[in-house]
Design a protein around this ligand. Structure first.
Ligand code: AMP
Length: 394
């Protein structure tokens, strides 16, 4: 793996793709700075090694140059987190930007305007990428969240550099995923939840070759339960995926993977925090009721498997955890993972909703690694190579 340690940074300008796609409130203030903090070690490393950093990122999905998508909104936070005064330019390519980059001295940081103000960014336009490349001597990609996109700044730009590497964050992401996917620390357990089977099928198929246990929870459970002849009431189901669910179970059996489905569910009479609820066997849910969380027996069953695992991957909540009434399954799984981790297991949590759950219940410091990229992580779990990662290798 090409790391930042392989680069000579002294008196050089590092063009760094970061993921500063942070949430802003109506007053255009940053409400969660974790993505900025996640990129800070790489920037500090560049500065400590005698270089300067030119930071480029996208923010949201601008259609034109709308003010709410300007990276100028976050200059204060970036300066504060990095501990240096960050300079800002009102574009990411062009003469004014080139001049600002040329004037940068070692130890200084320049933040460019939103890359997506230019449609060429997402189009992966080569000329645009070349204009970006003019700004730096070396290229560093530290944006895992967009590593699965072949955009100008994440992929295309890399071909214009002799010297390039992953940043510290991206390196850690790759290392953590490889630790899980290629792990010899057995038993390896993958816990998959979330709404739909359809979005996780390729992941399930790919990881069957790599895990000893597969725990399934969340809305996707009911497609499996129904396919096996269970009665699921009004629970979420993808009828056209029933056959596939059976094939997955068959394939798991053939590969010696133990699949664990919930045995009970917290059923509700409506999709609401204030619904009437009851705990029922997962395959005996009446019409008019829907399973919105795993039940207590399932929590215990899953807990027993998780606690004896040495390598754990978690993607997707066990229930509709956004509503307190249906959060118990997700909380329990998070806590069992934390307990296994404290006994030496390696645990990786990824995917927007499981990361949100881990943060909500203050478990982020009790698991080994929390991934910053939902889509990128899923694609790696699907066994795909990511263009942003390949571009650094080639
Ligand atoms: P995903 O993006 O596929 O990981 O799905 C995450 C979403 O799945 C969350 O918003 C959960 O509320 C939802 N979810 C989890 N369990 C269920 C369930 N039993 N029924 C409906 N939605 C669920």
């Amino acid at each position: 793996m090409k790391t930042i340690n392989d680069l000579n940074l002294e008196n050089r300008k590092a063009l760094v793709r970061v993921d500063f796609n942070v949430p802003l409130n109506d007053d255009l203030q940053v409400t969660d700075t974790s993505r900025i903090a996640a990129a800070a070690p790489t920037v500090k490393k560049i500065l400590d090694n005698g270089g300067s950093a030119i930071l480029m990122s996208h923010l949201g999905r601008p259609k034109a140059r709308e003010k709410e998508f300007s990276l100028e909104n976050i200059v204060g936070e970036v300066s504060e987190i990095l501990g240096v005064e960050v300079k800002f330019v009102h574009d990411c390519v062009g003469p004014e930007v080139e001049e600002a980059a040329a004037n940068l001295r070692p130890g200084q940081v320049l933040l460019l305007e939103n890359l997506r103000y230019h449609p060429e960014e997402k189009e992966g336009d080569k000329d645009f990428a070349q204009k970006l490349a003019r700004l730096g001597d070396v290229y560093i990609n530290d944006a895992f969240g967009t590593a699965h996109r072949a955009h100008a700044s994440t992929t295309v730009v890399a071909q214009f550099f002799e010297e390039k590497s992953y940043g510290l964050l991206l390196a850690k992401e790759i290392e953590s995923l490889e630790k899980v996917l290629g792990s010899s620390k057995k038993p390896v357990t993958a816990i998959l939840g979330g709404a739909k089977v359809s979005t996780k099928i390729t992941v399930i198929e790919n990881i069957l070759d790599k895990v000893d246990h597969l725990i399934l929870g969340g809305g996707m459970t009911y497609t499996f339960v129904k396919a096996q002849g269970g009665q699921i009431g009004d629970s979420l189901v993808e009828d056209d995926k029933q056959e596939l669910a059976l094939k997955i179970l068959e394939s798991a059996r053939a590969k010696g993977v133990q699949v664990h489905l919930p045995v009970d569910a917290v059923a509700a009479d409506q999709f609401s925090e204030t619904a009437q609820t009851k705990v029922v066997p997962v395959a005996e849910i009446d019409q008019g009721w829907m399973g919105l969380d795993i039940g207590p027996e399932s929590r215990d069953n899953f807990g027993a498997i998780i606690r004896q695992s040495k390598t754990i991957l978690w993607n997707g909540p066990m229930g509709v955890f956004e509503m307190e009434t249906f959060a118990q399954g997700t909380i329990a799984v998070g806590e069992h993972i934390a307990a296994a981790t404290s006994k030496g297991a390696f645990s990786l949590v990824g995917g927007g909703d499981s990361v949100a759950a881990v943060k909500k219940y203050n478990l982020q410091d009790k698991v080994s690694y929390v991934s910053t990229g939902g889509g990128a992580m899923l694609e790696m779990l699907e066994g795909k190579s990511l263009p942003g990662i390949e571009a650094i290798k080639s």
